[in-house]
Design a protein around this ligand. Structure first.
Ligand SMILES: [Mg+2]
Length: 121
């Protein structure tokens, strides 16, 4: 079973993502912001991170930069979520090391398609 860390400051979004990903046979962890996610990744690296952009304490981009600077660990696949159809944000995320991105609101079909693209399904 592959593990997925769902990082989002919205409890509702984490719940929706958890339900979809559990159906796709992932073991789910949840983090409420980038700092929480980084602490959890350092303790135990997941196979994939589903990452929100706008969060308090540490946002998605700051988390991604910090994650990708971790050496000597197996890096997870990172799928970035954004609400804005904003090419600048997407480019920034890809440059910082995101593997794929999805637009919110997402559903099972969208997650399945993207996870397929990055070889997770
Ligand atoms: Mg958010």
């Amino acid at each position: 079973m592959k593990s997925c860390l769902v990082v989002d400051d919205s409890k509702v979004i984490r719940k929706v993502a958890r339900r979809i990903l559990e159906e796709l046979q992932f073991e789910i962890g949840e983090a409420v912001d980038g700092k929480d996610a980084l602490d959890q990744c350092i303790a135990k690296m997941p196979d994939v991170v589903l990452l929100d952009w706008n969060m308090p304490v540490m946002n998605g981009l700051e988390f991604l930069v910090a994650l990708r600077s971790q050496t000597g660990v197996k890096q997870p696949i990172v799928v970035f979520c954004t609400t804005e159809n904003d090419m600048a944000h997407i480019r920034q995320a890809i440059e910082a090391g995101a593997d794929e991105y999805i637009m919110k609101p997402f559903d099972r079909e969208i997650i399945e398609a993207k996870f397929n693209q990055v070889g997770l399904l």
